[in-house]
Design a protein around this ligand. Structure first.
Ligand code: ADP
Ligand code: MG
Length: 413
C-alpha cells in the first residue's frame, strides 16, 4: 500500500501536474487502489474527480463512470483528455459509439462515462462482461437516494449491475449528503458502512449573512458596491433574473443574465465571459454554476430562499474557492416559505416527509440567532464550535426581540 501511494503521488504530479493531494483525496485514492469500495463525501471544489481519474490511470482496465448529465460528462472528458488520459463518453448523443466500444473492449480506455439509464440495458451488461474493468465510479451519488435533494430513479438501476461484478470496487462520490442520505447511499449501492470517507465541510473564508428581504435591489447593490471582484446573484425565476440583471446595470458593473430560457450559444457566451472576467456580475437561476471552475468569485447572493440547505451550501460554495475572503448573502421573505409549502401540497407521500424536513432545516438556518456556520456544519454531521466569528450572527449578535419578530413572520406565512 505504501508503494501504491508513492506511485500515486508520482502519477499525481506527472499526469495531473499537482504537487500534492488535497484533504482526503489521498485516503480515497489509497482505498480505491486497495480495491475497497468507498463513499467519499467531499464538498464542491474539493477535487472528487481526481479520486477516480488517478486510479483509472494507474489500474489495469477501465473505470466506468456514472454521471447524471451529459454536460458534466463533456466537461470531465475535456479536462481528462487535456491531461492525456484515455477517456470517452458512451451516450445516445455520441456518433462514434462503435469506435468507443472497440477501444473499451481492447482495454485502451482509462475512463468511460455513461448515463445511469444505460445500466439497465442488457446489451450494456454484455459489453461490460467483454471488457477489462478496473472500477465503478458513481458521481453525484446522492441521486440514488430519495432523501437526497436530486433523486434520479435511474440511479436505482445501478445496484444489480454493480452486483454482477463483485470483484470490481465501487467509488461513490457526492458533495451533499446529510447522515440520513449517506446511510441510504451506502445501502443502495452496496458499499460497507466502514467505506465512508468524509471531508471537512467548513469553508472558513466564506462570510455567511442571511437577512429578511425588504428592498432587494438596494440590498444587493450595497453588497456589490462593497465587493469589487466577480459575483453571482441567484434569482428564483427566469423573469426575475432578467429584471434583476437589468436593474443591477445601474451599479456600473458588467452584468449578464443566465437561465435555461436563453439560447445555448448565449448561455455559453455569458458563462465564458464570466469565467474570464475579474469584476463581472452573473445574475442567474440555479441552472448556472455546476461544473464551473472559477476560483475568484467574491460573493454569491441569493435573492430568495434556496431550495434546501444542500443547495444553499453548494451554491454559496462557489464563492472563494481560492481561499480569499468571500461573502454569501441570502435574502428571504415569508412568501418564499409560503411558496415552498404550497409545493409540498403537490407532492406524493414518499417524498413529502423528506421535503418537509428539508424546509424545516432551512427555516432553522434562517431563524437562528446563533452561528449560521455551526448550523450548516452540524447538518453535514460535523461537530463545530458554537461560534465561528465569520457570519452575521457571530459578528453582530441579533437582539432577541428581532428574532421573535422573525419567528412570528415565519409562522404567519
Ligand atoms: P469536485 O467534483 O469535488 O467539485 P473537481 O473534481 O471538479 O471538484 O475539482 C475541482 C478543482 O480542483 C479542479 O480544478 C481540479 O483540477 C482541482 N484539483 C483537484 N485535485 C487537486 C490537487 N490535489 N491539487 C490542486 N488542485 C486540485
Ligand atoms: Mg464533480
Amino acid at each position: 500500500a505504501v508503494n501504491d501511494l508513492s506511485a500515486a503521488r508520482e502519477t499525481l504530479s506527472r499526469v495531473f501536474g499537482f504537487p500534492a493531494f488535497r484533504g482526503v483525496q489521498e485516503t480515497v485514492v489509497g482505498r480505491v487502489l486497495a480495491g475497497q469500495s468507498t463513499l467519499a463525501v467531499m464538498p464542491t471544489g474539493a477535487g472528487k474527480s481526481l479520486t477516480y481519474q488517478l486510479p483509472a490511470v494507474m489500474l489495469e482496465g477501465t473505470c466506468v463512470v456514472v454521471s447524471p448529465l451529459i454536460a458534466l460528462m463533456h466537461d470531465q472528458l475535456r479536462s481528462a483528455t487535456a491531461n492525456g488520459i484515455r477517456a470517452a463518453t458512451l451516450t445516445s448523443a455520441d456518433t462514434d459509439r462503435g469506435q468507443t466500444i472497440e477501444r473499451f473492449r481492447a482495454g485502451a480506455l482509462d475512463l468511460l462515462y455513461i448515463a445511469p439509464e444505460r445500466a439497465s440495458q442488457p446489451h450494456f451488461r454484455e459489453l461490460l462482461e467483454s471488457a477489462p474493468l478496473a472500477l465503478f465510479a458513481i458521481d453525484e451519488a446522492h441521486c440514488v437516494s430519495e432523501w437526497g435533494h436530486d433523486f434520479r430513479p435511474d440511479y436505482r438501476l445501478l445496484r444489480p449491475l454493480l452486483d454482477s461484478f463483485p470483484s470490481v470496487p465501487r467509488l461513490a462520490l457526492t458533495a451533499t449528503a446529510d447522515a440520513h442520505t449517506r446511510a441510504d447511499i451506502l445501502d443502495q449501492l452496496g458499499i460497507p458502512s466502514d467505506g465512508l470517507v468524509i471531508a471537512g465541510f467548513d469553508r472558513p473564508n466564506i462570510r455567511y449573512s442571511i437577512t429578511p428581504r425588504d428592498n432587494p435591489l438596494r440590498q444587493i447593490t450595497r453588497l456589490i458596491e462593497g465587493q469589487p471582484g466577480p459575483g453571482i446573484v441567484y434569482a428564483p425565476t427566469r423573469a426575475g433574473v432578467e429584471k434583476l440583471a437589468d436593474q443591477l446595470g445601474a451599479t456600473g458593473r458588467t452584468v449578464l443574465p443566465y437561465h435555461a430560457g436563453l439560447a445555448p450559444e448565449v448561455r455559453a457566451a455569458n458563462q465564458a465571459a464570466f469565467v474570464a472576467s475579474e469584476d463581472m456580475i452573473m445574475v442567474a437561476t440555479v441552472a448556472f454554476g455546476m461544473g464551473i471552475d472559477k476560483p475568484d468569485v467574491r460573493f454569491v447572493a441569493h435573492a430568495a430562499l434556496p431550495k434546501s440547505i444542500e443547495s444553499y451550501y453548494q451554491e454559496t460554495g462557489r464563492a472563494g474557492r481560492d481561499g480569499d475572503p468571500a461573502v454569501a448573502m441570502m435574502l428571504w421573505g415569508a412568501e418564499d416559505f409560503a411558496r415552498a409549502r404550497a409545493r409540498l401540497g403537490e407532492m406524493d407521500e414518499t417524498r413529502l416527509s423528506g421535503e418537509r424536513a428539508r424546509l424545516d432545516m432551512l427555516a432553522s438556518l434562517v431563524e437562528t440567532p446563533r452561528c449560521r456556520r455551526a448550523i450548516l456544519l452540524r447538518h453535514f454531521g460535523e461537530n463545530p464550535p458554537e461560534t465561528c466569528g465569520n457570519c452575521d450572527n457571530c459578528l453582530k449578535p441579533p437582539a432577541v426581540t428581532n428574532v421573535t419578530e422573525l419567528a412570528r413572520k415565519l409562522l404567519s406565512a
